[in-house]
Design a protein around this ligand. Structure first.
Ligand code: SAJ
Length: 413
């Protein structure tokens, strides 16, 4: 029976997972290289925003079931939940997974299970087993009777949670679990069975890795289709939102929504892992990435055209996060658009983003001010809706009457 779990990486996946496990009665040790995050969590506080996460972390720390530090400790199960970004040329960067693996190596014991939750290119789970055996020749993954007392287990169980509803989805989502062999798969299924109510679907490691990349590529391709419809409709003077609403009345058609581009650290990244692994075989997936990445520049061009008629144009940009009702600005197409408008000096930009208190210093923004929504609209010639935040529902539509409205989400439709 698993009692002790060590979670490496306390970000949007690792921290909710660690605190959930602690609440469920496991003895959990969390590890992060970010010392500030470690300090905060040990005080029962959080360094990221996710609804109710603060309450759960506080309860987990106060109960004594969750401790965190910058070094792993011995455990029954090790969960790796570190970033897998891409580097130049859209190539996957596995350095965080490698470092996380090396960090647990001294603490591994025979019988331990290592689980990779990070979205990863195909073959990464097998690589983890190889890295461990290189560093610890006393451990192995062989099932022969001779080696059985020194074997460890490795499996991939990709996270599938949606920011904004992570705590519910961690428990309720079905999980795909693929081990480097059937013993590893079975051991990982038995572990997740202790806290997941969704179905636990066993497979091998490579299929599990591919399943996660497939899910996010599927969404990217479908959003690209919606964005392409928006280009066609602009060209032919058709309302794309009405068009999609009508087409979706067909029982077998379910078109997604166009937007200012695809953001976040998953959907705009993961399809590249497939393109990198099989360049000749991924023409559609590659094109979808190109279509979605083209969208922010397209929006900037539309704003620039409309701004030309004003001597000193003022543009209100509504929303900065990568999607509705969250505060996460990472890889946000709205940020890209605002940075472009600022760099090209298209006009003065007033931003309304009710989910943040101040603009991050890292943004390269001149002539850009954060202000309350209605003030931003009042002071503008052009209103550019970038994020369909629920709070924008209360905008007084009369304020928009004299303005040029560019609505990338069909929000005011
Ligand atoms: N978007 C559109 N039009 C749509 C839907 C989304 O433009 O119709 C845009 C959003 O505005 C956003 C981007 O796409 O910029 C991505 O948002 P999302 O809500 O589709 O997805 P994420 O990135 O928040 O979470 C996804 C989820 N994957 C799938 O839905 C297949 C989640 O389940 C994964 O766990 C997560 O990626 C991840 O971590 O990989």
């Amino acid at each position: 029976m698993v009692k002790k779990v060590c979670v490496v990486g306390l970000g949007y996946i690792g921290l909710p997972t660690a605190s959930l496990l602690a609440i469920k009665g496991f003895q959990v040790h969390g590890v992060d290289v970010n010392r500030h995050a470690v300090e905060l969590i040990n005080q029962g506080k959080v360094h990221i925003y996710e609804p109710d996460l603060d309450i759960m972390v506080k309860a987990a720390v106060q109960s004594g079931q969750l401790n965190v530090s910058s070094e792993p400790i011995e455990a029954d199960v090790f969960i790796l939940a570190v970033p897998t970004p891409f580097q130049d040329g859209h190539k996957p960067n596995l350095s965080f997974v490698h470092q996380a693996t090396l960090s647990i190596v001294p603490y591994l014991q025979p019988g331990n299970l290592v689980i990779l939750e990070s979205t990863s290119p195909i073959g990464t789970t097998e690589k983890i087993a190889e890295w461990i055996m290189e560093a610890r020749p006393d451990l192995n993954i062989s099932n022969s009777l001779h080696d059985v007392c020194s074997r460890f287990f490795v499996a991939h169980c990709p996270e599938r949670v949606m920011p904004g509803q992570i705590l519910r989805e961690l428990v309720e989502n079905d999980r795909i679990i693929g081990g480097i062999d059937s013993q590893s798969t079975d051991k990982a299924i038995a572990f997740y069975d202790q806290f997941v109510s969704g179905k636990l679907l066993g497979t091998n490691a490579r299929t599990a890795e591919m399943a996660k990349l497939t899910e996010n590529s599927y969404r990217d391709v479908n959003i690209a289709f919606a964005n392409e419809l928006s280009f066609i409709c602009d060209h032919l003077d058709i309302n794309v939102w009405e068009l999609i609403r009508l087409a979706n009345h067909h029982p077998r058609v379910q078109i997604l929504q166009p937007g200012p581009g695809v953001g976040g650290h998953c959907i705009a990244v993961d399809p590249w892992f497939l393109v990198d692994a099989a360049p000749e075989q991924t023409k559609l997936i590659h094109t979808a990435r190109v279509v979605n990445d083209y969208k922010p520049g397209y929006v900037v061009a539309r704003v620039t055209e409309r701004a030309e008629r004003f001597k000193e144009p003022v543009i209100a940009c509504l929303g900065l996060s990568f999607k509705a009702d969250i505060d996460d600005l990472r890889e946000s197409p709205s940020v890209e658009i605002v940075e472009h408008l600022s760099r090209l000096k298209v006009g003065k930009v007033n931003i309304a983003e009710p989910h943040i208190q101040a603009l991050p210093q890292s943004l390269q923004l001149e002539h850009v001010t954060l202000m309350p929504t209605e003030e931003a609209i009042r002071k503008s010639d052009i209103v550019l809706l970038l994020v369909n935040h629920n709070v924008f529902q209360s905008i007084d539509r009369n304020l928009l009457k004299e303005k040029i409205v560019i609505d990338t989400r069909g929000f005011f439709n």
